[in-house]
Design a protein around this ligand. Sequence first.
Ligand SMILES: Nc1ncnc2c1ncn2[C@@H]1O[C@H](COP(=O)(O)OP(=O)(O)O)[C@@H](O)[C@H]1O
Ligand SMILES: [Mg+2]
Length: 344
Amino acid sequence: MATKKVLDILRSITFNGKDIVSGGLLGSLSVEGNRAEIVLLIPEGQEGSVEELKGSIREALKKEGFWAEITHRVKRKDRPFVNVGAVVSLKRRIPGVKSVIAVGSGKGGVGKSTVAVNLASALKRLGYRVGLFDADVYGPSVSVLLSLEGEKVFVSPQKKFIPVEKFGIKVMTFGVLVKEDTPILWRGAMLHKAYEDLLMNSEWGDLDFLVVDLPPGTGDSHISIAQSYSLDAAVVVTTPQVVAVADVLRAIKGFNKLEVKVVGIVENMAYFPCPETGKRYHIFGRGGAERLSEITGIPVIARIPIDEYISASGDAGVPVVEAHPDSPSAKAFLDLAKRLSDGA
Ligand SMILES: Nc1ncnc2c1ncn2[C@@H]1O[C@H](COP(=O)(O)OP(=O)(O)O)[C@@H](O)[C@H]1O
Ligand SMILES: [Mg+2]
């Protein structure tokens, strides 16, 4: 496999008497075809030799037919953002997928799956080729939100999973693989293997965007995904309550640690627009998202109103963007999709 080959090559290059992989200099690696993207972590004070090191890496990879794009970061003694000797992240790209957007949250029940499903649907409506991966093993609600009951995942002659197609979106979820009455506790290595199968061994085809509904918080499965696959951007979903801030902060810190860029905060159930007067009622309070934005510098990129159409379409298994594209919440999701795709 290409990633393994690149790693072997990197292991043959030494820096200060150690090979760069076990020496902790490899911050991240992602290999697609013959193209390797490498981020080096250079200890403070040794920046002088970085260009020479990059040259030797490029040279060694070129000999084996790889083209490398190498950047570096300086690991400061007072602020080491990755511990030396920490797990080397070997992030890989999902074949055929241009951009992966992860949707996370500090805790469950804030509307993370609703946002993931409608973001996917909105991107589709904007004309993009879109996939949706439900990585939330604890509450794989995507199959309910998209009425996938009874759908089957087929395996191609090349032994690849063929995602279920619904509303023009290619969907993979544990929900269609596991019957509701046979709960399975997915943990550790088994979960990791399941992700590997569903993400890397699915026939996504050519996609502009793959939206990933991550489990809430920063647990095992979260780390398993964010450490293994290149996530191009993450959005975190929160509600307006100020009490939710600490949970979301933890989630954002988790993403930072795993070097996933959080591009925006989505405030869900932000307000209730009175259908008669249009006046906005802040039923769940206000200020939480602003506060988060102030602390983290991450912008609030969408405010999704409380919308009865959302719960109704959730129950009916049709995304609100699809069922009621003119409703206030659908418009907010379409704006979110525009904003994300413009920046992607
Ligand atoms: N903006 C909203 N307006 C009304 N109901 C919403 C809204 N967002 C989510 N819901 C409802 O809240 C519940 C939880 O949403 P869900 O997306 O499953 O949360 P999570 O994935 O974070 O656990 C669902 O019943 C959903 O229909
Ligand atoms: Mg969910």
